[in-house]
Design a protein around this ligand. Structure first.
Ligand SMILES: [Zn+2]
Ligand SMILES: [Zn+2]
Length: 419
């Protein structure tokens, strides 16, 4: 046997042994955000490339190097979405949803794509959960978003997850700081070529450089937190004070700049020590200009995204596995043609009564059916063969205790006896 095609590089199948965990985590985060007044939005997998390549000066790797773009048959420049936010913004502007009453609180769970060299734990197709809150300039918007992420992590009982916050300033104060940083980068000719080029475009991104020498030099670099204006300072201070009041612990980390260019004021990450230096599993921040950049009217916004694969990795690493799916209550074995009609009635009644009930579909020997019942962790096996039929009974074997009960078929179907 030879497969006519194998799975594409950088993609993966998520098999039943995993989907169980995925569903549990997904259900849990859906519940937290629905309870928090967020509504789900689903946007297309493909968008015009122009939606993501808005600015030719955009220096982020995601946009410059990692977009999964192609020309379609109509010669349109299409991209598989590299992240969730731009599509959501496009949608709320295009449909006018953003013109309704604010705040507008949305969340999404979506596939994202990056065309990069696949490596350990990084895929070309991956999943992201995220939320966006439109309409508020107040620090309370950040507080709202962070509160529910924190609540979700606490619900999962994850350990060693930590919130790091920074303010990257506004249009007033950031340019001044960037000039100071540029000067610092120019003075040091030991920086790598990429960082030197960043000096021209977006020097903030140097803080993401993995080069050890750059890292060392940046230890002494001027940091943005000592250069932000009083408005940004006040915003940052109010947010942190409110986080204190909510008992959400955090660290101020002036080196967080985030990988996308559209943020202002607050940026934050939730990190885990367990996945090495690239420890962020959730990143977000304020992006007051993105809506107008995409063509809507200026609307302040805050959002975040969680890399789902990484989250699952941490959960597995910490052995916070969900219990296996609810056990099968009853497995109906040994169905013969002569007993089929009655068996179906019994099945229907059990199903209606709310039992999780499965029946044999393979026609194997009773012995192998018991093996199978064991494999699927059935609590009880219902046996109804020819002989039982003639006696008007069925047997119910408890798989844990091996004890067996006898039931009268008619009494059971008429609801006179309960299992
Ligand atoms: Zn400012
Ligand atoms: Zn560098």
């Amino acid at each position: 046997m030879s497969l006519i095609s194998k799975i594409l590089r950088g993609t993966k199948d998520i098999l039943p042994e995993k989907t169980e965990e995925w569903r549990r985590v997904k259900d849990s985060i859906y519940k937290v955000f629905l309870d928090g007044g967020y509504q789900e939005i689903i946007t297309p997998t493909i968008e015009s490339t122009a939606l993501f390549k808005r600015d030719k000066d955009d220096t982020s790797d995601v946009i410059q190097k990692e977009m999964y773009s192609f020309l379609d048959k109509g010669n349109r420049d299409i991209s598989l979405k590299p992240e969730g936010t731009a599509s959501v913004v496009r949608s709320v502007v295009e449909t006018g949803l953003i013109n309704n009453s604010l705040p507008l609180k949305l969340f999404y769970f979506t596939q994202c794509f990056r065309y990069e060299k696949p490596q350990q734990g990084r895929y070309r197709e991956f999943y992201q959960f995220g939320a966006e809150l439109f309409g508020s300039e107040s620090f309370l918007a950040e507080l709202d978003i962070i509160y529910y992420i924190d609540k979700f992590f606490k619900k999962l009982e994850l350990e060693n997850i930590h919130l790091e916050i920074n303010s990257i300033g506004c249009d007033e104060c950031r340019p001044i700081y960037i000039d100071i940083l540029k000067e610092y980068l120019y003075k040091q000719d030991k920086f790598c070529e990429t960082c030197k080029n960043r000096g021209e475009t977006n020097p903030l991104r140097s803080f993401d450089c993995k080069n050890p020498l750059c890292k060392e030099l940046l230890e002494k670099a001027p940091l943005i937190n000592s250069h932000i204006c009083s408005v940004c300072k006040g915003h940052d201070h109010d947010l942190k004070q409110a986080l204190d009041q909510l008992n959400i612990s955090y660290t101020s980390n002036p080196k967080i700049v985030r990988g996308l260019d559209y943020y202002n004021k607050t940026v934050f990450e939730f990190t885990s020590k367990e996945i090495g230096s690239q420890g962020a599993i959730c990143g977000g921040g304020r992006y007051d200009k993105l809506v107008s950049e995409i063509g809507g009217k200026q609307t302040p916004a805050v959002g975040f995204g969680i890399g789902f694969e990484r989250l699952i990795m941490i959960i597995e690493h910490q052995n916070k596995h969900s219990k296996l799916s609810e056990k099968v209550d009853i497995y109906i074995a040994n169905i013969e043609k002569s007993t089929l009609e009655t068996t179906i009635k019994i099945f229907k009644k059990l199903d209606n009564d709310g039992f999780k009930v499965l029946f044999d579909i393979m026609g194997r020997s009773l012995k192998s059916q018991f093996k199978y019942a064991d494999k699927i962790s059935a609590k009880k096996v219902l046996i109804i063969g020819k002989q039982e039929m003639e006696e008007g009974i069925f047997l119910l074997k408890n798989m844990e205790t091996s004890s067996q009960q006898v039931f009268n078929i008619n009494d059971f179907l008429e609801g006179k006896t309960i299992i």
